[in-house]
Design a protein around this ligand. Structure first.
Ligand code: F6R
Ligand code: MG
Ligand code: MG
Length: 363
């Protein structure tokens, strides 16, 4: 039987500003998803948060883009907003719920979604990554390292089951067009696009030898949906591992370097993506730095077994220190680019008002 893993997330209210999700919201979501297990809609679930984003990790047999599953997630977000966020006057209550009425699918309505369906192997390990204060294109460099860079993933060279490489599906978030690239053959073309992560976003990765899904990422861009600033998109990612996919350690290896990503304070700054354990899944300095948590599961007979808190390990202490050093250095630039994003990527901007004010002051 095929199993689906769905990760659906939204920022529907947080405590002490945009810092973290309070226990009351997590408890609400657990109760509602627990009811869905009782009715048989879900097989299993895990509820957590990445900074101020509520994360619903669910397994079921309904396939991707399923109306009942998306409807369930939407109702949890709506219910938690009405019954908890508003009552407690949480910050940004209902922030990511951009539409009023649910029409079958949460895509394009605000919440972020990553889903994949597969026939379970003898044993099926997966990793779920969830980031706060950054955008979907932030995964581009990590997915490239994991699935196309032999300096990261030894198996691409020495494991015959990975040696044929992987196919990347890239979405142009401005036009909605999708492109397919095979690695290693097309890596220069692939890099030409995904080097612009604000526009070209890796959506899926498939194994070339048999077309099996290897990774699925969320691709929502809230600012494009709303036409105005409504918070960063804070993406999620599911990656399959082992026996013909990159080993869990090869997947994690990519996160040993805290690459620069867009987001951070006011969605308008570049900063390092810091890998953190769940206990540090809140944002602090300058509303950041941007953070990623990673959870490992086995998918067993349709259910989640786990999680393992993947970045809760001393081997990532150095990455956290490097991220802090980068944060220190880049913060010294204050309002200057390239720390501050370019005008077209900034989520908040006073530039039009400043230019208007200056109009009458020209020599
Ligand atoms: C970025 C983010 C925060 C806020 C910042 C200002 O995605 O959520 O950095 O942009 O705290 O928030 P407001 O405008 O709500 O005061
Ligand atoms: Mg928020
Ligand atoms: Mg967030």
């Amino acid at each position: 039987m095929r199993t689906t893993i769905s990760v659906i997330k939204a920022d529907i209210g947080s405590v002490a500003g945009h810092v973290t999700v309070p226990e009351e919201i997590l408890e609400y979501a657990k109760r509602r998803l627990g009811e869905a297990v009782e009715t048989g809609l879900l097989n299993s679930f895990y509820v957590t948060h990445a900074g101020d984003d509520l994360e619903l990790i669910m397994t079921h047999h309904k396939g991707v883009d399923n109306e009942e599953i998306h409807g369930l997630a939407w109702n949890v977000f709506r219910g938690a907003t009405e019954e908890v966020s508003k009552r407690l006057k949480l910050y940004g209550a209902g922030q990511d719920l951009l539409k009023d009425a649910f029409s079958g699918n949460v895509r394009g309505m605000g919440p972020g979604v990553a889903e994949m369906e597969f026939e379970e192997r003898k044993s099926d390990p997966v990793a779920v990554f969830m980031a706060d204060k950054t955008e979907p294109g932030a995964w581009n460099i990590y997915l490239y390292k994991i699935f196309a860079d032999p300096f990261n993933t030894a198996g691409l060279v020495i494991d015959p089951r990975l040696h044929e490489g992987f196919r990347f599906i890239v979405l142009d978030v401005q036009t909605g067009e999708e492109y397919a690239f095979d690695a290693p053959d097309d890596i220069y073309d692939l890099l030409a696009l995904i080097g612009t992560p604000s526009r070209y976003v890796i959506k899926n990765v498939f194994r070339r030898s048999d077309g099996e899904v290897a990774a699925a990422a969320s691709t929502t861009r809230l600012s494009l949906i709303a036409g105005k600033y409504v918070g960063k998109d804070d993406p999620v990612l599911i990656v399959r591992s082992q026996s013909g996919f990159p080993a869990m350690g090869e997947i994690l290896e990519a996160f040993a370097t805290p690459y620069l990503v867009a987001g951070w304070m006011r969605g308008s700054h570049v900063g390092p993506l810091m890998p953190v354990p769940l206990r540090y899944s809140k944002v602090a300095r300058f509303d950041g730095p941007p953070r990623v948590i990673g959870l490992g599961f086995q998918i067993s007979n349709g259910k989640l077994v786990g999680p393992v808190d993947l970045f809760d390990d001393p081997s990532f202490d150095h990455a956290r220190r490097v991220a802090s050093e980068i944060a220190d250095y880049i913060r010294k630039h204050g309002p200057f680019m390239p720390h501050r994003l370019g005008p077209e990527e900034m989520e908040y901007t006073t530039l039009p008002q400043v230019l208007e004010k200056l109009r009458g002051r020209k020599d």
